[in-house]
Design a binder for this molecule. Structure first.
Ligand SMILES: C[S@@+](CC[C@H](N)C(=O)[O-])C[C@H]1O[C@@H](n2cnc3c(N)ncnc32)[C@H](O)[C@@H]1O
Length: 212
């Protein structure tokens, strides 16, 4: 893919996601869940808690692709239940979605950034960074993970790479941790969950520790 094609890929993906998410009425819909099949907060919580469960210490947390900020808000709540103090940050390439996130988390406006995770340079590094591989074309996913580790994650911090499969998405041939290991990167742990009434709706979060 040359630069022009890549630019077109990002523009098409952004238009598709932004249009669908903005049309959502529920906070989880504005984060991409339950757009085609109505879902409730239990569904969202079952399939997003594993992200928060990977956070085991106080520190900074960046959600790449934060959409309307609902995951950040939930991660703050779910980690505070375990007595953790998290400083939340978000990044999204959609101005409209970042505006929603800023409205949802007004006290963190300065920590909600607009940018494309593929080429945006963060102003600092973070203890924990969360991202999905689908933010870049498949042939760039390995380089994307390397870039996030180098530029976004603090030395000894970790990168959480999540994979969500649902009713309307295919089950991947190889689970996320298997793909990461194939790239020669160590996976420290995997947190998973599935939605009992529809066991193909699953979340797997692979934790990659950055070595200093
Ligand atoms: C599935 S939602 C993720 C919401 C939430 N972080 C979660 O995990 O549930 C994907 C979000 O990523 C954003 N996104 C997709 N590709 C991106 C990229 N290359 N850079 C920044 N944001 C991106 C979209 O605009 C969308 O808001």
């Amino acid at each position: 893919m040359d630069d022009k094609e890549l630019e077109g890929w990002f523009a098409a993906n952004k238009a598709l996601l932004e249009t669908a998410y903005i049309a959502g009425k529920q906070p989880w819909q504005q984060s991409g869940v339950g757009l085609r099949t109505p879902r409730d907060n239990d569904y969202w919580e079952t399939l997003r808690r594993p992200v928060a469960d990977c956070i085991t210490k106080d520190g900074s947390f960046l959600d790449i692709g934060c959409a309307n900020g609902y995951l950040l808000e939930c991660v703050l709540r779910w980690t505070s239940e375990r007595g953790l103090l998290i400083n939340p940050f978000g990044l999204d390439f959609s101005e409209k979605l970042i505006d929603l996130a800023r409205a949802r988390l007004p006290q963190y406006t300065e920590q909600l950034f607009l940018g494309n995770a593929w080429n945006w340079l963060p102003p600092r590094q973070f203890d924990v960074v969360h991202a999905l591989l689908e933010y870049v074309p498949e042939e760039l996913q390995e380089a994307f993970v390397q870039r996030l580790l180098e530029r976004y994650v603090q030395p000894t911090g970790c990168l959480l790479v999540a994979e969500y499969s649902g009713r309307h998405t295919d089950m991947p041939e190889k689970r996320i941790d298997g793909r990461i290991k194939q790239w020669g990167l160590p996976v420290e742990m995997v947190r998973s969950s599935y939605f009992e009434p529809e066991p193909t709706c699953q979340t797997h979060v692979a934790v990659i520790r950055k070595t200093a």
